[in-house]
Design a protein around this ligand. Sequence first.
Ligand SMILES: NC(=O)c1ccc[n+]([C@@H]2O[C@H](COP(=O)([O-])OP(=O)(O)OC[C@H]3O[C@@H](n4cnc5c(N)ncnc54)[C@H](O)[C@@H]3O)[C@@H](O)[C@H]2O)c1
Length: 245
Amino acid sequence: MNGKVALITGGGSGIGAACARRLGDDGFGVVVADIDVDAAHRVADAVTAAGGAGRAHRVDVSDPLSVRELLGVVLDRCGRLDVVVNCAGIAGPLVPVVDYPIDAFDAVMRTNVNGVFYVMRAALPTMLGSGGVIVNIASVAGSAALRTHCAYVAAKHAVIGLTKAAAREYAGNGVRVVSVSPGVIDSPMTEALPRDRLARVLQSVPLGKPGRPEDVADLVAYLTSDSAWYITGSDHPVDGGFLTR
Ligand SMILES: NC(=O)c1ccc[n+]([C@@H]2O[C@H](COP(=O)([O-])OP(=O)(O)OC[C@H]3O[C@@H](n4cnc5c(N)ncnc54)[C@H](O)[C@@H]3O)[C@@H](O)[C@H]2O)c1
């Protein structure tokens, strides 16, 4: 073990689970936090079964009290925090702007934007003394619009903005903050999309097929490593070329 601790929100599924497994393999103690605590336990157990150290906790990132409680538990039990991967997210309904339900818009923003803010706000004070890396999982929808996805597009643009703002504020404290923007990745979130919609989006992917959660985790592992010491504030697509359009 490298003695460092990584917290992964949304770690119970898809990309977050792949990040948890990869950082566990790389020697981090891994805290898997998810609103689905059973899923978080399954991933934490897999990290431990592979020879690492996994722990699971329930968190609702859209609730600042729940986030504060999580960070308290992490510090209590692990004593340090070196890496945060903000991966918890929801897609919201596929509806044009005029029909988009207001409560659904609010829910997407609360989870995808406020959640990232709450976790950074609670984690940063601990990281300022010792340094660390925050990776916010944005999306290609943070740089390009996808039809009928207005809340998700707005939220992911905001995640990239929050990342830049925090990177600039805390670079002098040894904390790097970056975003990663997946394109179409095989995960439960993508499986929930209508098949014809998915096929249409894939037509815009030069590499012609979806990526795997592990492809995102590989990039996250690099960005959290010391080799990436000169990288902060930037967004890093892993999208099969989608953003070339
Ligand atoms: N799959 C893709 O193609 C894709 C593309 C671009 C960006 N992303 C982003 O990657 C991230 C992970 O997506 P995924 O594909 O692995 O999806 P997923 O649905 O497999 O995983 C999301 C996880 O977040 C958890 N979660 C949802 N709301 C939460 C909350 N309020 N508090 C705590 N946990 C919560 C879920 O329980 C789930 O375990 C998301 O931020 C998503 O927007 C995914």
